[in-house]
Design a protein around this ligand. Structure first.
Ligand code: NAD
Length: 354
């Protein structure tokens, strides 16, 4: 049993906590909160042991009637791996505490790559041995790594160019809005996302440009990849259909954006309407010569969650990566397969011999 703690029970932390608690080979020892707010109450109502993230705030929990069983140090002493889900940049401040307790740590994409022994994506990272810490890359980098790795393996990538339309804030981040604009963010090109992909896939030539839009649902990626090979559109669709953490949205499903995607996930019974998979519009996948085009959406609150589970297993065990991914997928029921899929017989915009 791998004993796991979550430091920071916010947007990512609460989802990773649920995913860890569901794994038969993991025990969720507890979660921390920085303050006794609605998130702390929700953790208790889910039956999770709660710890104060900051020692001198422990009394505030007692005052608010929120029962805690200790502070971060107590949690670190009780776990094999701590998953840092604190706000971006706080992980760096937490690192000396984890090291003082000799507790291996998983960090999130808001931290610099240098914080950990390696950056991690379950599909695209090479073999990792003897690491004491890993950084699960950001939601956008996770989505891009999952997509580019199989394309590079199958056809070779000469150059990838991606425009990212990023959600302005998460639904709970009321302080980020309202806004009424589409803003280049950063206005400098390329954005930092391409170099972050290179932390996972160092050989891939990728440039990214990013904008911020006044939505909370998902990020949208407009992808153009110049391949070294010249596959047909159908072949690329089949390649991507075979990837368990990519969902090809069937044309006839009537899913036209993040709103209907989240609605679909909720209707299927996904917790919080979460989409752990990249969602690629099947009809957008088209190859012209060696140029591949497609649109994909990534759910910023969810796609890194299974990656965190696999990162924990990588730090704590010798379970091979593929087996870890298969276990995580099975327990969480990852691998959407729509009844409306036509199995790739949809119109092929480019002739097979093109
Ligand atoms: P969040 O603000 O929703 O949650 C952070 C939680 O940590 C809050 O509950 C906060 O109370 C708590 N906290 C505050 N100070 C703390 C401290 N000193 N120690 C421990 N916990 C503390 O943040 P989030 O969106 O979940 O982001 C967490 C990390 O995940 C960041 O690195 C972020 O860049 C990354 N990430 C976020 C998203 C996303 O879209 N939200 C996607 C991928 C990765």
């Amino acid at each position: 049993m791998i004993r796991v703690g979550i430091n920071g029970y916010g947007t990512i932390g609460k989802r990773v906590a649920d995913a860890v608690a569901a794994q038969p080979d993991m025990e969720l020892v507890g979660v921390t909160k920085a303050s006794p707010d609605y998130g702390a109450e929700a953790a208790l109502r889910r039956g999770y042991d709660l710890y104060a993230a900051i020692d001198d705030r422990a009394a505030a929990f007692e005052d608010a009637g929120i029962v805690i069983v200790g502070t971060l140090g107590d949690l670190l002493d009780a776990v094999d791996v701590i998953v840092d889900c604190a706000p971006a940049g706080i992980g760096e401040r937490n690192r000396p505490t984890y090291e003082a307790h000799d507790t291996p740590a998983v960090y999130q994409g808001g931290e610099d790559a240098a914080i950990a022994d390696g950056s991690f994506n379950a599909r695209a990272s090479g073999e990792i041995r003897d690491a004491d810490s890993l950084r699960v890359v950001s939601c956008n980098t996770t989505g891009l790594s999952r997509l580019l790795a199989p394309l590079d393996e199958a056809y070779g990538i000469e150059k990838a160019r991606v425009t990212l339309v990023r959600r302005g804030g998460d639904p709970s981040e009321t302080d980020r809005g309202p806004i009424n604009d589409v803003v280049p963010d950063p206005a400098t090109v390329p954005s930092h996302h391409g170099p972050d992909v290179n932390a996972i896939l160092p050989e891939i030539n990728v440039d990214t440009a990013a904008l911020k839009a006044p939505v909370t649902g998902m990020h949208t990626h407009s992808v153009n990849v110049t391949l070294e090979g010249k596959p047909t559109t159908s072949a690329v669709r089949e390649l991507l259909r075979g990837e368990t953490r990519l969902f090809l949205i069937p044309e006839r499903a009537g899913i036209d954006g993040a709103g209907t995607l989240k609605d679909y996930a909720s209707d299927l019974g996904r917790p919080r309407g979460d989409l752990w998979e990249n969602c690629v519009w099947e009809e957008s996948i088209s190859v012209e010569g060696r140029d591949l085009y497609l649109f994909q959406n990534v759910h910023q609150e969810a796609d890194v969650v299974p990656e965190n589970v696999d990162a924990v297993r990588t730090l704590a065990t010798d379970v091979p990566r593929e087996e870890s991914v298969a276990r995580t997928n099975e327990v969480l029921d990852i691998g959407l397969d729509s009844l409306l899929s036509d199995g790739g017989t949809a119109r092929d915009q480019v002739a097979a011999d093109d």
